[in-house]
Design a protein around this ligand. Structure first.
Ligand SMILES: Nc1nc2c(c(=O)[nH]1)N[C@H]1C(S)=C(S)[C@@H](COP(=O)(O)OP(=O)(O)OC[C@H]3O[C@@H](n4cnc5c(=O)[nH]c(N)nc54)[C@H](O)[C@@H]3O)O[C@H]1N2
Ligand SMILES: Nc1nc2c(c(=O)[nH]1)N[C@H]1C(S)=C(S)[C@@H](COP(=O)(O)OP(=O)(O)OC[C@H]3O[C@@H](n4cnc5c(=O)[nH]c(N)nc54)[C@H](O)[C@@H]3O)O[C@H]1N2
Ligand code: SF4
Ligand SMILES: [Mo]
Length: 694
């Protein structure tokens, strides 16, 4: 029996694992007690890594579509078909006719992060999309405008804070996001144990809210008004504290002018939060020894996500809790992706907009909410072919039904995935990837979001099962065959080594070799104030008030002066503990137990409609309808209903255990025209729906 140590790469928490195995048989997967960051913690999903490794339903050979369904082919044939088709389409319709969609797991594989940029560049297409625009794009946009780089992202210093305000996040279920903090439940509890306070602002009394000191219901999509009022209070009550940032901040007077009218009384009418509650919250945070406001999915995937994430930073800065212990701080990762792609000193380029709906391009990507438009609308630049790489956009992006129809019309769909999913069921070719325990592990994305600086490297534990290849090898081959750009000689390890040499721990002797010998990972210490080292604005100062935000406040004002539409309820999403997005449902361990795909609603709302618990109802939105069982709970605010994300019919897939995890897709109700117009991020929360008895 041997023991292997690595991090779990399913979610953002980076828990250390201790895996006992013999040959290719796993005996146990446990938390690694010697991991300096996760200290032994894991969740049920880590144990499912064994299921994903062994899963007989996983794709184990390249396949091509035929009239009789998918048939297995060789890698040579697969590459040949893809290369011929894609080159032909680009020759006929131009480079932009080929699009890419990168899904969430790419963020969890460092080798993909290293090789994908080469592939994307080699395709020479503008049509890049990813799951970022149904997720955290507003965080990046705020960082770009305020700190000069999309990847210079502040995170809450939860291990030292005395006060944590959580807006639209449910870390007790999600295990934390844009905040890598293994065993987040314990860390949150520790805030309370040292006499601190947790407040959760959410339209649902969530698992996290139940453990908090205070839960405040908020009407969906009105968070920007709460934040504006909290900043207003700081000015009115003379609580602006900049400390060491005194000469590092630009635009303070502008913020004062912009927030003047948003008094707690004004915001109270729209948010539904009493004015005194808003005032107290701002003052308590201003008076606390340290405090931090942390905003996540509920704040970012809504119509004012851009404003919310900007105002969150502004509040933390003006409250004297930025780049300071216990506040919002910048991590200092060993491999710093912002340093590797530094934009410092470059003047801001003019904004670019998408072809059909003129939506903004950030980070080199267009919003995925407009992917269907770009496939359906004829003319130069129309998308004719699509690569989905570790993604399932038919289930994960707004108006999946329309996107499904559009995808069926493509001349070519190519997918790199470990399963046949609801999207790549329409692929011409699927290239099967090695995954989980079959690939080396280091982390680039989430160490850049971690509440403590650590680093760990582990080699692949097992040879890939079947005729599959690690993603990066497939990506490198496609880059060479389609783009004519050879990556020969570049291995992920080599690039990693180079990144570590460019990083800030080089002097302390951090390199790949000593990472390899520190099997439990290296602790590089708590976050330190490091604004000067990380900021990338042209003058090294924080830009508080970019003009695009000022403009967007007008949209906010307009929205809440208009009457509401025909759909009386507001739909929000929720996450499920034993499920990760759309793809973990074939794990036997995770698919056990009751199916949680229910429409949660408040009993008062149900009574008004004469609806009873467990009844099947129809939920309608502008874009479609679904039929689903009702669950009644006071946890939901009156007028708000909730469906989990990540479900689908599972019919397309050949998964034998997934039946018990099938359900309706929330994205058959979400609307591709509901966007945060500033960033282009999808407004997946707050969707107007009606609920009817069948
Ligand atoms: N309404 C609503 N919609 C949402 C959300 C919501 O809260 N509400 N959440 C949004 C968020 S935050 C996200 S991140 C997106 C996720 O959206 P996507 O990224 O589109 O969806 P995933 O379910 O993460 O799909 C991942 C795919 O990658 C495959 N995969 C897993 N491991 C590997 C691997 O190692 N290699 C390869 N090549 N493939 C692999 C899986 O089989 C699966 O098909 O969904 C978004 N959609
Ligand atoms: N178990 C599990 N863990 C996961 C995932 C998973 O699928 N399952 N997915 C992973 C991914 S990809 C991500 S991005 C993270 C997301 O991590 P989180 O952001 O922590 O997760 P969510 O559960 O989406 O939390 C969003 C919260 O916002 C609330 N909300 C909805 N609308 C509004 C609003 O208008 N205002 C406010 N204030 N709140 C609102 C919802 O009720 C919900 O509680 O989770 C990750 N972790
Ligand atoms: S919390 Fe996330 S990283 Fe930790 S074991 Fe669970 S899925 Fe893996
Ligand atoms: Mo996500």
């Amino acid at each position: 029996m041997k023991t292997h140590y690595r991090n779990c790469n399913i979610c953002e928490a980076l828990c250390g694992l201790e895996i006992e195995y013999e040959g290719d048989k796993i005996h146990s997967i446990k938390g690694d007690k010697n991991d300096p960051f996760s200290r032994g913690h894991i969740c049920p999903k880590a144990i499912a890594l064994q299921d994903f490794y062994e899963d007989k339903d996983r794709l184990r050979h390249p396949v091509k579509k035929t009239k009789k369904g998918f048939v297995e082919i060789s890698w040579e044939e697969a590459y040949e078909i893809v290369t011929t088709k894609i080159k032909g389409i680009q020759a006929k319709y131009g480079n932009d006719s080929v699009a890419t969609y990168l899904g969430n797991p790419n963020a969890h594989m460092f080798a993909n992060q290293i090789f994908l940029p080469f592939f994307l560049r080699s395709l020479k297409t503008k049509n890049r999309y990813s799951a970022s625009s149904v997720d955290q794009l507003p965080h990046h946009v705020a960082s770009k405008f305020m700190f000069g780089h999309v990847l210079v992202l502040p995170v809450p210093d939860i291990d030292r804070t005395d006060y944590m305000l959580i807006i639209g996040g449910n870390p007790l279920v999600s295990n934390g996001s844009m905040m890598t903090a293994p065993d987040v439940a314990k860390r949150i509890r520790a805030i309370q144990e040292r006499g601190g306070k947790i407040v959760v602002v959410d339209p649902r009394n969530t698992e996290t809210a139940k453990k908090a000191d205070q839960h405040i219901f908020i009407k969906p999509e009105t968070d920007a008004l709460l934040l504006l009022a909290m900043i207003n209070v700081l000015f009115v009550e003379n609580k602006i504290t900049l400390n060491h940032l005194d000469d590092k901040v630009e635009g303070l007077e502008k913020i004062k002018a912009l927030t003047k009218k948003y008094t707690p009384e004004f915001s109270s009418q729209i948010t539904g939060i009493p004015a005194d509650t808003i005032r107290n919250l701002a003052l308590e945070m201003a008076n606390a020894k340290s405090a931090v406001c942390y905003s996540r999915m509920g704040a970012s995937t809504q119509s004012f996500g851009g404003l919310c994430l900007w105002l969150t930073n502004v509040f933390n800065i003006l409250n004297g809790n930025f780049d300071k212990e216990g506040g919002a701080m910048f991590p200092m990762p060993a491999f710093d992706p912002a340093l590797m792609s530094s934009k410092k000193g470059q003047t801001e380029r003019p904004m670019e907009y998408s072809r059909v709906r003129k939506l903004p391009r950030f980070y080199g990507e267009f919003p995925v909410a407009t992917l269907a438009d770009e496939i359906e609308t004829e003319g130069e630049g129309q998308i004719k072919a699509l690569f989905t790489i570790a993604g399932n956009p038919i289930l994960s992006t707004p108006n999946g039904t329309r996107l499904e129809k559009a995808i069926k019309k493509l001349e070519c769909l190519v997918s790199i995935d470990i399963y046949i999913n609801e999207t790549n069921q329409y692929a011409d070719v699927i290239l099967p990837a090695a995954s989980g325990l079959e690939i080396p592990q280091f982390d680039i994305a989430f160490n850049n979001l971690a509440i403590r600086n650590t680093a760990k490297y582990s080699a692949a534990l097992f040879q890939p099962k079947g005729n599959v290849k690690p993603d990066w090898e497939i990506i490198a081959a496609l880059t060479e065959k389609i783009g004519g750009h050879s990556l020969q000689g570049n291995t992920p390890e080599k690039v990693l080594e180079m990144g570590l040499m460019m990083g800030r721990y080089k002097e302390e002797g951090l390199n790949l070799e000593n990472l390899k010998s520190n099997i439990h990972g290296l602790d590089l210490g708590a976050m330190n104030p490091c604004l000067d080292q990380r900021i990338q604005t042209n003058n090294g100062k924080i830009h508080l008030a970019h003009k695009l935000y000022e403009e967007d406040l007008k949209r906010l004002d307009k929205q809440f002066s208009e009457p509401t539409n025909d759909f009386p309820f507001q739909l929000i999403g929720r996450r499920i503990l034993r499920q990760h997005n759309t793809w973990t449902h074939n794990s036997q361990r995770l698919s056990k137990g009751r199916n949680d795909c229910t429409l949660q609603m408040n009993p008062t709302d149900a009574k008004g409609l004469n609806i009873e618990v467990k009844e099947i109802v129809r939920v309608n939105s502008r874009v479609g309808s679904v039929e689903v069982e009702v669950g009644l709970t006071d946890d939901l605010m009156i007028g708000v209903v909730s469906l989990p994300q990540g479900f689908g019919s599972r019919k397309a897939t050949n998964m034998s255990h997934a039946a018990s995890r099938s359900g309706v897709s929330i994205n058959d109700l979400t609307d591709e025209f509901r966007l945060d117009e500033l960033t282009g991020n999808a407004a997946l929360n707050g969707v107007g729906v009606s609920v009817e008895k069948i």
